[in-house]
Design a protein. Sequence first.
Length: 171
Amino acid sequence: MPMDRPFAELAVVAGYAASGDAASAVQPSERFYPQIVEHDGDCMQPEQRDFFVRKNGMTYAGTHLLIDLDGCTKLDDIEHIERALKDAALAGGATILNVDLHKFEPNGGVSGVVVLAESHITIHSWPENGFAALDVFMCGECDPYKSIPVLKRAFAPSAINVTESRRGLKV
């Protein structure tokens, strides 16, 4: 995708205009655009960026949380779920690229993904059982743990279980 396209046009490409939700598209930060650097005095090349996490002496692709929410509410409300997932992404410092959710009938469960520049958030809900399985995977400077309070407020679970995986960790 060319770097000189205006953000409004990118929002259309990402599908926000089709959903009528262009206002909620989050403008990517400068950190995702390669910086132009000079080589040999005249040849301009994009700088290579590395979004691996370097923390506590470890290097890995990103933090992937598996989140089980039990005893939840609003798991059949697709608009509520979309807003909650977007808010969770923003709380973690992520850049939203696209959202795709599907509501199943007759039980009303929802499955979907929020595609992030830094990875993704997914949900699968079973409203008849008050259960939702989510995964929040973020790389770079993002913090997926900051999404948890947002999800708690949105779905009011009676119990929550979180499992962490550091993807791409070299041991």
